[in-house]
Design a protein around this ligand. Structure first.
Ligand code: SF4
Length: 688
């Protein structure tokens, strides 16, 4: 062992942070992580990385890692053996199921876990415990985008690759800030814009880096993107600029959609969105003139009451102009977590099996019942939000949360934490003692990506292999092994020797993945799912849309206006990421070099508002919403305008976390919390 530790080992891995899916070699010596070395063979990023991928790995060896199972004794946690902890879980969850039925249990999976682990999480819920109550964190971010795309093209994922974004003549960014959230993807756009004449338009409340670089930057009123999209589409049709041949051949429902667009005149849109008619015409003209339009969107679109409908409206605009089913164009919801696409692909959702096969379909259910040897409920289960509601009703009693800090990432943290307190038996599988874990009865120590084998799927539906670089720290275990040992205790003979076998089982049940296996993924190999016959499919729909008649459908969903708040909440609260941080900060918060740069959370306010209220950079302010309050320093900037303020989301403190302010308002189709529809009032506390 001593000899081994003096050797430097190089292991291929895939980044654990964002959905761009950069891969690189990690150099280790013993447990020491020496460096991250990007290499040319990496299919997404080649020799690029961002600060998180390059320097964000201290958390792996943090002395705050959980290294042993913990069982609650009164107010304290005591260390336990794996046998004690797993036996207790099997007993308690088994008892709840036997006394109150399978649906008294709920499972929440993680987009930080591998595909194989997500597959096992849904199998644990459905086969071992007999419930469809399983969900993942795409409920908090991208479910509306997937929904809108499923309704129109049939597949809930990016329609092409990052190369297609770079090759498009026009890129429109709506409610996303890739320079901060998806840095390496942003560099591709920056290069195409600078060197290849690509046009760039940004719609956002905040003038972030990409907005600064754009040919046109537009600030719509909060939550009104649906309206400008509909108006621009209508204008294009009125001018006869739509792609008639494409629509005729490939899309159903044009007449009904044209009718729905009737009321979306430029005048109406100007009034509703605050965008001038001239600007709307300019956008329509740019789409008309571009050789290929790619629309990228993020949570500025999805985290609204109209998130799903707006995602459908984006797809509609692309269909009207023939910008789907071709290279260098298309629909690109930018996935946040490294494996948020994969988590849903693997069926950790209440209504679908792996590969988006509906649980309500009798034939599909029969296939899984046969494979799993149990009967499976025909009704979809509860999503994350419905699980919390079921806790409130006393209906959901046992919960298993893997790698999700719900206490902070769900909207309205005060309420979420109250609900977590009320769960009769809570298991949390984590790498740190997060706030959510502090509510647990049993805590199981999982491992981060560097300590496991498996696959991740990036925003382009690209599956990539990661290899184990380090042994699990202390007594922690890769999550797939934990699920396997629990299933065995409940009488199911799960005997996977390696994640390869789990992937093979999943692929055998899932048409999209039937052509993918570990041999093809070896080293720098990758695979884009997306064709029903399991072929590698970088660009979707080249052989027809994913419906029986091979035609897309226009989404016929109405505009849902933003909810109204009482007048005293006079400021619009926008929120999002910073480049250096990741989400609530559980990982990047433990990286000294990153933390030093950003010691405190802050709120950005406009010069105008600063003047009105006598605030300077450094002044402490209190923000209050109908749901809670925070206290933090203000920064006066040009990035926000007027009565809009902006808070980064990277805090897990009752003093400064943005979700102390967000509320129980949801997207009408998917229950994604409308984090972006928040309003606050501001009290100036003291000057710096
Ligand atoms: Fe990781 Fe995303 Fe940065 Fe690439 S862009 S290194 S995937 S965080």
């Amino acid at each position: 062992a001593a000899m081994r530790e003096t050797r430097t080992k190089k292991t291929k891995t895939v980044c654990t942070f964002c959905g761009v899916g950069c891969s690189f070699e990690v150099w280790t010596k013993g447990r020491e992580i020496l460096k991250i070395e990007p290499v040319e063979q990496a299919p997404v990023n080649s020799i690029s990385t961002c600060i998180k991928g390059k320097f964000g790995w201290d958390f792996v060896n943090s002395n705050q890692r959980l290294t042993s199972p913990l069982i609650r004794k009164g107010d304290a946690f005591v260390e336990a053996s794996w046998d004690e902890a797993l036996d207790l879980i099997a007993k308690k969850m088994g008892q709840i199921r036997d006394t109150h039925g399978s649906n008294a249990l709920g499972f929440i999976s993680s987009s930080k876990m591998t595909n194989e682990e997500n597959y096992l999480m849904q199998k644990l819920a459905r086969q071992v415990f007999g419930t469809n109550n399983v969900d993942n964190c795409s409920r908090y971010c991208q479910s509306p985008a997937s929904w809108g795309l499923q309704q129109t093209g049939g597949i809930g994922g990016d329609s092409g690759t990052i190369e297609d974004i770079a090759a498009a003549g026009l890129v429109i960014l709506v409610g996303c800030s890739p320079a901060e959230g998806h840095p390496v993807l942003a560099t591709r756009i920056k290069r195409a814009h600078k060197l290849h004449g690509q046009k760039l338009v940004t719609f956002d409340l905040r003038k972030h880096e990409m907005a600064e670089r754009s040919d046109l930057f537009v600030r719509p009123k909060q939550g009104t993107d649906y309206v400008w999209l509909a108006a621009v589409t209508k204008y294009i049709i009125d001018q006869g600029w739509h792609d008639e041949a494409f629509i005729h051949q490939h899309v159903n429902g044009f007449d009904a959609y044209s009718e729905l667009l009737e009321s979306f005149t430029l005048e109406f849109a100007e009034k509703e969105t605050g965008i001038s008619k001239e600007t709307l015409i300019q956008v329509a003209t740019m789409v008309h003139e571009a050789d290929g339009t790619a629309i990228c969107w993020g949570m500025g679109v999805t985290q609204n009451v109209a998130g799903s409908h707006t995602s459908g409206a984006i797809a509609n605009l692309l269909l009207v102009t023939g910008n789907m089913a071709r290279k260098g164009a298309g629909a690109f919801p930018l996935r946040g977590h490294n494996n948020v696409q994969g988590a849903s692909d693997m069926g950790t959702m209440p209504n679908i099996f792996p590969g988006y096969q509906p649980v309500t379909d009798g034939d599909i259910r029969a296939k899984f019942e046969k494979a799993y040897g149990v009967s499976i409920q025909a009704q979809p289960g509860y999503d994350n939000i419905q699980m919390l509601e079921a806790i409130e009703r006393g209906e959901l009693r046992g919960m298993y949360i893997a790698g999700e800090d719900m206490a902070w990432v769900d909207a309205n943290s005060n309420h979420t934490q109250e609900m977590l307190k009320n769960v009769e038996f809570l298991v949390v599988q984590e790498i740190f003692l997060t706030t959510t874990a502090q509510f647990a009865d049993v805590i199981l120590p999982g491992t981060p990506s560097l300590e496991k084998d498996g696959t991740f799927t990036n925003t382009e539906r690209r599956v990539q292999r990661l290899y184990k670089a380090l042994e699990p720290l202390g007594d922690s275990k890769p999550d797939w092994e934990i699920f396997m040992e629990l299933a065995r205790r409940l009488g199911f003979a799960w005997n996977y020797a390696h994640p390869r076998e789990i992937f093979a089982e999943m692929a055998s049940l899932t048409p999209f993945f039937s052509g993918c296996n570990y041999d093809g993924l070896a080293d720098w190999g990758s695979f884009h799912w997306g064709s029903p016959d399991g072929e590698n499919t970088p660009v979707l729909y080249l052989n027809g849309f994913n419906f029986p008649d091979k035609k897309a459908r226009f989404a016929l969903f109405e505009y849902v206006a933003p909810v109204e708040f009482p007048e005293e909440f006079d400021l619009t609260l926008d929120n999002g990421r910073l480049l250096e941080q990741f989400h609530e900060g559980n990982l990047t918060g433990k990286v000294a070099g990153i933390q030093d740069k950003l010691p405190e959370v802050f709120v950005e306010i406009s010069r105008e508002l600063a003047e009105q209220r006598g605030v300077e950079t450094g002044t402490f302010v209190r923000l209050e919403s109908p749901y809670g309050a925070v206290k933090l320093k203000a920064i006066v900037t040009d990035r926000v305008q007027g009565q809009t303020v902006y808070m980064p989301m990277h805090s897990s403190s009752h003093e400064t976390a943005v979700n102390m302010l967000t509320g129980n308002i949801f997207d009408v189709k998917t229950h994604t919390p409308a984090y972006k529809q928040a309003k606050v009032r501001m009290q100036v506390l003291k000057a710096k």
